[in-house]
Design a protein around this ligand. Structure first.
Ligand SMILES: *Cc1c(COP(=O)(O)O)cnc(C)c1O
Length: 496
């Protein structure tokens, strides 16, 4: 069962939780309690493949409303041949740390890990709760969620998918991935603004009374953003998986603690690691790595969350976020599940872009979390150094994590085995990666950069990125934040 971070009286099953996405009073839906995974089960994970392990983790949260077969079907359709490795998620050893590569799916970023499963979870959930209307799934994206959601929901019966992305805030490949999306049920719109603006616009659409009156009888609004528990759940599985591979590869003994270092934006990915820990996975420290938009670093270090600051467009655009939505779920846990306190903090954030937690909460955060950030020049330097010294190519998001881990190790001397979470293929950000490893070459754009990166390193570009160059752009429209609703209703009317 699930409750809300802002209201004790909420009590929902897993199907309702996944369809609804967010609690009615504005809070986030969280498990009433964390299911446990026993040490013996974790030991057995080393003998399982990704699908078998994921089936167990999914089952811990879903068996109230899903049958074992529903879960198995979901896993099989989500983690199959659309991944370019049978491992699904791959653990590599680089230097004295490990890297969990989460970008082997169809859109080459970690969002696939959740968004390949979410459409099935959502449509099955809708059926379970007797929802007869079509689902209208809306997403604001900082670059990667949009494409992953389009890929997951394209042509899914019973669902429409709408994506808003910051028109000038995503990489060339990210943009092309979205504008070339095929499917009879897809809506893609550029927004003149940044990610936070696009997210604000989507929230306004959800609150739009007129839209509800016009389309409410035939459509049910839902969200595939990372506040949806259906996004979080599949992410929990890969933390157990990474651990199980280290055990299998004899890098650690089962029962030994590890650290995870996660490049963070909306706090969904690292929160999944925290949930895995609460379920029984042995984690010592969670290292929260930010780019120049370092609002989380300041929060963990000072207890003050201050979103009233300059916004930077960086080489790691999927982390260019000032309002980190999923942090609310962590606050809920470290405030002893005090929904009133969380409501108060979130109210302050809304009205004054700012809140502060008390000393006790601050101390609790410090027990488990370390936070750091990495600037733009250091990001490039880290990509270059990792390639030169270890012959390993990383994208700018991953580079942020590698640098912050380096700082962590220097300042703490903690020798605990550490897994750095790698969230995107370097080819997705070819221009920046190329500029970092070969600063002397002439800057080149788009596919010229993909080709140059390939010939400079001998690495193979994922075929899904390569294939984009021949695809027609089908969605070239853009709008202001205030026109976002109107563009959507125009599309819906044209379909009707
Ligand atoms: C979304 C994303 C992130 C940030 O993940 P959160 O769950 O929002 O913290 C980091 N890197 C890449 C490549 C992403 O797409």
């Amino acid at each position: 069962m699930f409750t809300s971070t802002r209201s004790k009286s909420v009590n929902l099953g897993s199907a309702e939780t996944i369809v609804q996405g967010i609690s009615e009073e504005g809070g986030l839906l969280v498990p009433l309690e964390f299911p446990r995974v026993a040490a013996m089960e974790i030991a057995a994970f080393a003998r399982m493949d990704y699908r078998q392990l994921a089936e167990i983790i999914f089952g811990r949260y879903l068996l109230d409303d899903f049958s074992q077969k529903d879960i198995k079907d979901t896993i099989e359709s989500a983690y199959g041949a659309q991944f370019d490795t049978g491992e699904i998620a791959q653990v590599e050893k680089v230097d004295d740390y490990h890297v969990l590569e989460l970008w082997h799916g169809p859109t080459c970023a970690f969002k696939d890990m959740a968004l390949q499963a979410l459409p099935t979870l959502m449509t099955k959930s809708a059926k379970t709760i007797g929802e007869k209307r079509k689902l209208l799934v809306l997403v604001a994206t900082s670059g990667d969620t949009g494409k992953a959601a389009l890929e997951g929901f394209a042509d899914v019966p019973g669902a429409l998918i709408g994506v808003y992305y910051p028109k000038d805030g995503v990489s060339a490949v990210q943009k092309l991935q979205m504008t070339t999306q095929e499917g009879s049920n897809v809506f893609v719109m550029g927004v003149l603004g940044n990610f936070d603006d696009a997210q604000t616009g989507v929230k306004q659409i959800f609150a739009n009374q007129e839209l509800r009156e016009t389309f409410g009888s035939s459509l049910r609004l839902s969200s595939a953003n990372s506040i949806n528990f259906g996004r979080l759940l599949p992410q929990i599985a890969y933390y157990f998986y990474a651990y199980s591979r280290l055990v299998k590869q004899k890098e650690i003994k089962c029962g030994e603690s590890v650290n995870f270092c996660v490049p963070t934006g909306n706090f969904g990915n690292i929160l999944a690691a925290y949930y895995a820990m609460r379920m029984g996975l042995k984690i010592k420290t969670l290292i929260c790595a930010s780019n120049q938009n370092n609002v989380l670093t300041d929060f963990f270090n000072t207890g003050v969350y201050d979103a009233d600051r300059a916004f930077y467009t960086t080489a790691s655009p999927s982390m260019d976020i000032l309002i980190s939505s999923n942090l609310e779920r962590l606050l809920f846990e470290v405030c002893d599940r005090d929904a009133e306190m969380v409501s108060g903090l979130m109210g302050a954030l809304r009205s004054s872009k700012h809140y502060e937690v008390d000393e006790q909460v601050k101390a609790r955060l410090k027990e488990r979390f370390y936070a750091g950030w990495c600037g733009e020049a250091e990001t490039r330097e880290t990509i270059r150094k990792t390639y030169r010294e270890h012959d390993y190519l990383i994208d700018p998001h991953t580079a942020v994590a590698v640098k912050v881990y380096d700082d962590y190790r220097r300042s703490t001397r903690d020798a605990t085995p550490t897994v750095i979470v790698s969230t995107a293929s370097p080819f997705k950000f070819a221009e920046d990666v190329l500029g970092a490893i070969l600063p002397e070459t002439k800057a080149c754009k788009d596919f010229a950069a993909v080709d140059a990166l390939r010939s400079a390193t001998g690495a193979e570009a994922p075929s899904r990125i390569d294939g984009l160059r021949n695809k027609p752009e089908l969605h070239t429209d853009s709008c202001t934040v205030s026109d976002m609703t109107q563009k959507l209703t125009g599309w819906l009317n044209a379909r009707a």
